[in-house]
Design a protein around this ligand. Structure first.
Ligand code: ADP
Ligand code: MG
Length: 568
């Protein structure tokens, strides 16, 4: 009886790691602490790359952008209650942007939480996460970890991608079970994001509309960028001859310098088009909900390619819904661009082209000024050249004026190279996205940040230095939010939208062993950024911008409510 062979054991820690590895998860972004400190250590020991941040929101943003770039769910690991809540902003943002991400959070003991007996970091995390993500699961038994991870992965990437919450109570990690049974309990997710073909009738309907169009327009959204159907999309645009307009994170899917790009003629294109094909772009606020002044008075018909059937008719009638994954939808359209296809009327193509050239010519001199202090245009003129010379670099961009103007001025040349504030227009994605992009792609990253936007994730410069990531941060430092000129009418405090004048963000980078540079002219900026990107060393460039430059709320001032009551 005493000769029974010693049973081999596994436990919750190891099963979580094995389940992630089995499904090709190579990186975890997180912040360590109770109860997941050892999970991170063990994951690192088992060969998973573990990137530890200073704040969970940034780790979550890194995971989310990893999901966007790779089509695999990015994983963020947080501690219970406050750490979980910090990660939740990123989870909600990922869901809003349709980025696949899994927030795995440790949590406190169910028995105590449910009786509200006041556990360490007590919180009903599953209930709180649910409305903010696509799906939320909790695992209570080690034997269910395999299924729990599989469900999380499939939920994140299938259909419309999004954020998933996976709740792992502290007790789960040390639960032991037979190692062989444990190995058998793991699930490798087969075909997690299956192709979804559009129906032939839907394709007929769309082709019919396109063929009858006098002023057709294709709008490419970040869903199209996510789909990684780059060749199909390029072939469709070029073979159809239809002008295209990229949404900001779809820039570079076809180069912004492409002759069919309507980027610099956006207003004309939206106003005058008669048939609009949306490819992975929603008719939300970023497209004025498909109606109103932006879209002009002429009648318009929409064709929408999207994986989410319920997206159709969300704002206006969709005359030809194309429900399916973008690769399959565009392939089906391409099969119909044959001998009978006629390019759009030359008059329409010419209208767009001439409008675009006029706008580009109007902008050009503003980009060439070598002025001190710099304004947004002259500084961005320098950065436009940096990206032109390094088309495979990744541009991260946030701010108000810094965002709006960079989006228009900096041409993108390759797909999925522009990462920005996305659907919510949210500040705080900067350093998380920069880290995620550098880790996932190994490419140089240029983060162009408003001084205010940078503040939301600025502490992660330590993370960037610690991991030695090839990230160059440029802070457009105009001493404030929108502008650096506000004052307190009572004279007591600084104005509500200003920061310490003349702040030296470059010194922050030096504090952690990175390179800090202070520049005041476009020439200096160009040279500093070029050198930083060539060196691959973590660098922060403090670019002094005229505090009076910039407009309130950037391009979206109309969204900012105004008081009608004047104080007497
Ligand atoms: P943008 O802000 O660039 O206009 P949105 O985020 O509004 O883009 O829209 C992206 C759309 O793409 C979403 O409606 C989403 O359902 C869709 N989508 C994401 N991935 C795919 C895919 N692989 N195939 C089809 N549609 C997709
Ligand atoms: Mg500013």
């Amino acid at each position: 009886l005493d000769t029974a062979p010693e049973q081999e054991l596994t436990d919750g820690f190891h099963l979580v790691i094995d389940a992630l590895k089995l499904n090709g998860i190579e990186t975890i972004y997180g912040v360590p602490g109770i109860p997941i400190t050892d999970l991170g250590r063990m994951a690192q020991e088992e060969g998973i790359r573990v990137i530890s941040f200073r704040h969970e929101q940034n780790a979550g943003n890194a995971a989310a952008i990893a999901g966007f770039l790779t089509k695999k769910p990015g994983v963020c690991l947080t501690v219970s209650a406050p750490g979980f809540l910090n990660g939740l902003t990123a989870l909600a943002n990922a869901t809003t942007n349709c980025f696949p991400m899994i927030l795995i959070s440790g949590s406190s003991e169910r028995e105590i939480v449910d009786l509200q007996q006041g556990d360490y970091e007590e919180m009903d995390q599953l209930a709180i996460a649910k409305p903010l993500c696509k799906a939320a699961f909790r695992v209570l038994h080690a034997a269910d970890i395999g299924i729990g991870v599989a469900r999380a992965i499939r939920a994140a990437v299938s259909g419309r991608p999004g954020g998933v919450y996976l709740d792992l109570p502290a007790k789960l990690f040390s639960q032991a079970m037979d190692a062989e049974a444990g190995a058998k309990s793991l699930v490798k997710v087969i075909d997690p994001a299956p192709a979804q073909l559009p129906s032939p009738a839907a394709v007929d309907r769309a082709i019919e509309l396109l063929k009858g169009a006098r002023k057709p327009l294709v709008i490419l959204g970040k869903g199209a960028a996510y789909a990684q159907a780059d060749e199909e999309i390029r072939a469709f645009v070029e073979n159809s001859g239809i002008p295209f307009l990229p949404m900001s994170m779809a820039k570079g899917l076809l180069p912004d310098t492409h002759p069919q790009s309507a980027g610099a003629a956006r207003s004309t294109a939206l106003k005058d088009a008669d048939v609009v094909l949306l490819v992975g772009a929603r008719l939300n606020w970023l497209l004025s909900h498909g109606k109103g002044k932006t879209w002009g008075d002429a009648p318009k018909k929409f064709i929408q390619a999207d994986i989410e059937p319920r997206e159709m008719d969300s704002n206006v009638e969709i005359a030809a819904p194309l429900v399916g994954d973008i690769g399959s939808v565009i392939a089906a359209l391409n099969a119909r661009i044959d001998g009978s296809w006629q390019a759009p009327p030359a008059e329409w193509v010419e209208t767009i082209r001439s409008k675009k050239e006029a706008n580009i010519a109007k902008m050009a001199p503003k980009l060439l000024k070598n002025s001190v202090p710099m304004d947004f245009h002259s500084a961005l003129g320098a950065l436009k050249n940096v990206i032109k010379e390094r088309p495979d670099a990744i541009l991260v961009n946030e701010g108000a004026n810094t965002l709006d103007l960079a989006r228009g001025i900096i041409d993108m040349h390759q797909p999925r190279k522009r990462l920005d504030v996305g659907t919510w227009g949210v500040m705080g994605i900067g350093m998380g996205f920069a880290v995620g992009a550098a880790v996932e792609t190994g490419k140089p990253v240029l983060a162009v940040e408003g001084d205010s936007a940078f503040g939301f994730s600025g502490m992660e410069v330590e993370t960037i230095c610690r991991y030695g990531l090839p990230v160059t941060i440029v802070i457009f430092n105009n001493n404030g939010i929108y502008r650096g000129t506000d004052t307190d009418p009572t004279g007591r405090d600084p104005g509500t939208t200003v920061f310490v004048p003349g702040a030296r963000y470059d010194k922050m980078m030096e504090a952690f062993g990175g390179v800090g540079v202070h520049v005041t002219s476009p020439d200096e900026l160009y040279r500093a950024v070029s050198a930083a990107m060539d060196s691959g060393k973590p660098t922060l460039i403090n670019a002094v911008i005229d505090p009076a430059a910039g407009s309130e709320s950037g391009n979206i001032g109309s969204l900012n409510p105004q008081s009608v009551v004047k104080k007497k």
